[in-house]
Design a protein around this ligand. Structure first.
Ligand SMILES: [Zn+2]
Length: 471
């Protein structure tokens, strides 16, 4: 085990990290539940106070029409020091069903697990743990380097509505664009592949929504008088959706793959080294019999690095007890598309409209609704100096060479693309979560040694980022 002043400081001050996280986790900051809006506001106030207490010179609470965000800034005294912005959130998911929690969700409880001590609570890793380690990480950076100010200017933007879809986040970024200006964004809301597998997330997928209504006859018709002689919208819907994928598992919208950035050989190689037990994965929450998807890609690649189309719901006609012999007037379906860089939600919406138009059977009319917005995908530049700095920081915290730090991709979608779009800065991901942390589920936990290494990696990162050219 390699020692460093950063690690020594972190390990000597774990009590502070525990005291802070414990107090913060007791605040039930559930943004989805209006009954908890005072708690979400209190969570922001608590964080602001903790930042002031640990020396942050600029700390502000930024109100939004929903829950408040916390902004903090610690300027480097070094002329020309680059600026890093940490993104995270202080709100948490609801806890239902409460009866499945072994320990009360807002009474943080230490549990000894197979990989070491764990702390159980809602928000333990998503995302209060990931933010709490920055409090200690910054102190470790200053103490280890003997500095009064960090080697890079560090800003924090910790929002309060991430678990509710960040409805006011883009507006917040626009409103405060000058205060948030930065050379690199460090997202701390993700994790690593396994406790002994240091890794960096390099991308998150985007999302586009669509809903179709197909119309045939003006009203439900008697199937004896009309069946087999006029178009049936439910048949048409089934036929249409059956052609959404080809026999290689590829999405058939014309142009869908045009902007998809291919995986580099290096990324495929590093993703291929991420330990992944497909049988165990299938036996988990999926309880699925087979892994399926686009030909030529591994399961991890299908989830993280390839775009997908899913039918989320289909309905129409008669579904009550007994039978009702009709040709229904309408059929409905909802779909979502997960996108990867450099696809755009608005392009996919246009492709979907064109695809429905081109494949509509005679005698059927379609209403296609693609709500504006959606979520853009985002991706890190693997060959940037900032990524080199991140890999060195993670490597030091996990006692491994930077070249051994693996790359993973997040299949889900979040507001990270807004940060890139509005701030024009590249993204890095530094988080201490694990796939086994049960985020959004009962009994969420953080593995404490991961949290300690996260604090240490953050401390190394501020020093390492100062040593590379970011602009
Ligand atoms: Zn989160």
């Amino acid at each position: 085990v390699t020692s460093s002043p950063e690690r020594d400081f972190v390990l000597a001050h774990l009590d502070d990290l525990h005291a802070d996280l414990d107090a913060w986790l007791r605040i039930p900051s559930i943004s989805a539940d209006p009954a908890h809006s005072a708690d979400v506001a209190y969570s922001a106030a608590w964080l602001a106070e903790a930042l002031r207490r640990t020396g942050w010179p600029v700390v502000e609470i930024w109100p939004t029409p929903g829950a408040p965000a916390v902004f903090a800034e610690w300027r480097s005294a070094d002329a020309g020091a680059p600026v890093a912005l940490v993104y995270g959130h202080h709100d948490v998911q609801p806890v239902d069903p409460p009866e499945l929690w072994v320990h009360p969700p807002f009474e943080p409880t230490r549990v000894d697990g197979p990989d070491g001590p764990e702390l159980h609570a809602r928000g333990a890793i998503d995302d209060k743990g990931n933010i709490a380690f920055h409090l200690l990480g910054m102190r470790a950076h200053l103490a280890a380097t003997g500095r009064d100010t960090p080697a890079v200017t560090v800003k924090l933007l910790i929002e309060g509505e991430e678990e509710s879809g960040s409805p006011h986040f883009a507006a917040l970024l626009r409103e405060h664009a000058d205060r948030l200006a930065c050379d690199v964004v460090v997202v701390s809301d993700t994790g690593m592949a396994a406790p002994d597998v240091p890794s960096a997330v390099t991308a998150m997928r985007g999302l586009a929504d669509a809903e179709i209504t197909l119309r045939g006859p003006a009203v439900d018709l008697h199937s004896g008088s009309f069946g087999g002689a006029v178009p049936n919208p439910l048949h048409a819907m089934a036929e249409l959706l059956s052609t959404l994928h080809d026999d290689k598992g590829r999405v058939t919208l014309p142009g869908f793959y045009d902007k998809v950035r291919p995986l580099s050989d290096r990324e495929r190689e590093l993703m291929g080294r991420v330990p992944f037990d497909e049988r165990a994965w299938l036996a988990g929450p999926a309880a699925s019999r087979v892994a399926t998807g686009e030909e030529g890609f591994s399961t991890l690649e299908r989830i993280g690095a390839r775009p997908t189309a899913e039918v989320n719901g289909m309905w129409g006609g008669y579904t009550g007890p007994g039978h009702k012999t009709i040709i229904p007037a309408e059929a409905h379906a909802k779909l979502t598309f997960r996108l990867v860089a450099d696809q755009r939600p608005e392009d996919v919406a246009a492709q979907f409209h064109a695809w429905v138009e081109a494949n509509l059977p005679e005698g059927i009319e379609a209403d296609v609704h693609t709500p504006p917005g959606g979520v853009a995908p985002c991706v890190s530049d693997l060959d940037s100096p900032a990524m080199d700095a991140l890999l060195r920081a993670i490597g030091q915290a996990f006692d491994t060479a930077p070249g051994e730090v693996l790359f993973t991709r997040e299949g889900g979608s979040g507001p990270e693309a807004d940060l890139v779009e509005h701030l024009g800065a590249p993204l890095l991901f530094l988080g201490a979560g694990l796939p086994t942390d049960r985020i959004h589920s009962p009994n969420e936990r953080v593995l404490l040694p991961m949290l300690y290494r996260g604090a240490e990696a953050a401390a190394h990162l501020w020093r390492e980022l100062a040593s590379v050219r970011l602009r």
